[in-house]
Design a binder for this molecule. Structure first.
Ligand SMILES: *Cc1c(COP(=O)(O)O)cnc(C)c1O
Length: 426
């Protein structure tokens, strides 16, 4: 077959974009060469509907080995009793759990999308909002923190069947214990979606949702630094009261229901090349090197948030406990939207994403906020001392947003800076 130059030339351009720019999208990261290699492997040729040892196709002896490795390593990483590594993405993992625990039309409760919740937590255009009945809890307007008292009031009134912890744009830790108490008062399932902070949780820099939640979902490509994908995990304590809140029986029974929720519930053949790559990534996440990496991610985020605060920016909740921060531009630059900043920064090879802030006055297409995260730049090797120059790049551009010369100058400085930080996959 002739080499497809058209596609491979585009891939080369993407390599260059990733290498020369400052990547601040909180949900992104750079995988290692071995994670990349396993993903681009022959496992993509194999059909393997079912689970290790119980497949619908022959020839699964080796995909069984990699999938079992992924399972064992993931269990070790989170101290989980049961996991499923097949969901194609974080949204699929959530969909499989909803399919298992809810009936169409059932109420569930998640964080308001405009306060940091994810599309798959009840957006009217997502299956979670189309098939089920979402109810939202919110953050406190003054502190920017989840308002657990109000959450309890709403939960007692609305009696959702499931309460969902987790967000895409929330910079603080979660009180899973409190949420479990609320869930228990109304006999609801408690689920956590840790797509963003999974890596920080794995190395115990944040509270552990597995202690209190019936079920936990995550992506594998954000802080976990694996290939794009999803996972589902279940609790440590075999005695935790699954039996109390559900007529469906014990944890073993529940885990097989979740397995069925993924396949055949919402998926066909698993992506075994991605699962092999997940196994590699979970192996990496079990190392001391990864633990140090996560600590650095958190330190970098703290320093960066403090930098923005010192320049007069409104960082929601005043700072961060994790790898990201949410900046409300309205106090300092009321005329400038998040979209405008995102579009301008990209011209200087700085990638961030516009984001709704709690109680935003602009639409989701414009927004008044920016979400900024440190996982990707920390993978590139950046430390605390590199955070201040990045804050300054961003501030210089926002402060003089239509100045083309300035954008060109900053872009040059950005490219020079990044030349010192190789990407380990290349
Ligand atoms: C990113 C994210 C997801 C979805 O992950 P995809 O892999 O993009 O489907 C789900 N939940 C939360 C909270 C997220 O931040």
């Amino acid at each position: 077959m002739k080499r497809d130059n058209l596609v491979f030339e585009i891939l080369e351009k993407e390599v260059k974009r990733q290498m020369t720019g400052i990547e601040l999208i909180a949900s992104e990261n750079f995988v290692s060469d071995q994670v990349l290699k396993a993903m681009g492997s022959v496992m993509t040729n194999k059909y393997a509907e079912g689970y290790p040892g119980r497949r619908y196709y022959g020839g699964c002896q080796h995909v069984d080995e990699t999938e079992q490795l992924a399972i064992d390593r993931l269990k070790e990483l989170f101290g989980a009793e049961w996991v499923n590594v097949q969901p194609h993405s974080g949204a699929q993992a959530n969909m499989a759990v909803f399919l298992t625990l809810l009936q169409p039309g059932d109420k569930f409760m998640g964080l308001d999308l405009s306060h940091g919740g994810h599309l798959s937590h009840g957006s009217p255009v997502n299956s979670s909002g189309i098939l089920y009945h979402p109810i939202a809890y919110q953050v406190d307007p003054d502190t920017g923190l989840i308002d657990y008292d109000r959450m309890e009031e709403v939960a007692l009134k609305e009696k959702p069947k499931l309460i969902l912890a987790g967000a895409s744009a929330y910079s603080r830790d979660w009180d899973y214990k409190r949420m479990r108490e609320i869930a228990d008062k109304i006999g609801a399932w408690l689920m956590a979606d840790i797509a963003h902070p999974a890596g920080l949780i794995a190395v115990k820099l944040l509270n552990d949702p597995l202690e209190y939640c019936h079920v936990v979902t995550s992506t594998t490509h954000k802080t976990l630094r694996g290939p794009r994908g999803g996972i589902i995990l279940m609790g440590k304590d075999f005695d935790n009261p699954f039996g109390k809140t559900t007529p469906k029986g014990d944890i073993r029974k529940m885990s097989s229901l979740f397995d069925s929720g993924v396949f055949p519930g919402i998926q066909g053949g698993p992506l075994e090349h991605v699962i092999a790559s997940k196994a590699v990534a979970f192996g990496e996440a079990l190392t001391e090197e990864y633990r140090q990496y996560m600590k650095q991610v958190k330190k970098n985020a703290e320093v960066m948030a403090a930098g923005f605060v010192s320049l007069g920016y409104h960082v929601i909740s005043g700072g961060t406990d994790n790898h990201l921060m949410l900046i409300d531009l309205r106090n300092k630059f009321p005329e400038i939207s998040g979209r405008k900043v995102e579009n301008t920064l990209v011209q200087a090879d700085i990638t961030v994403n516009k984001n709704m802030v709690p109680f935003d006055s602009r639409s989701p297409f414009l927004t008044s906020g920016l979400r900024i995260g440190t996982p990707a730049i920390t993978t590139r090797g950046m430390k605390e001392e590199h955070m201040t120059p990045i804050v300054e790049f961003i501030d210089r551009i926002i402060s003089d947003i239509d100045n083309e010369n300035l954008i060109a100058t900053v872009k040059k400085e950005v490219n020079e800076m990044m030349a010192d930080f190789p990407m380990f996959a290349w």
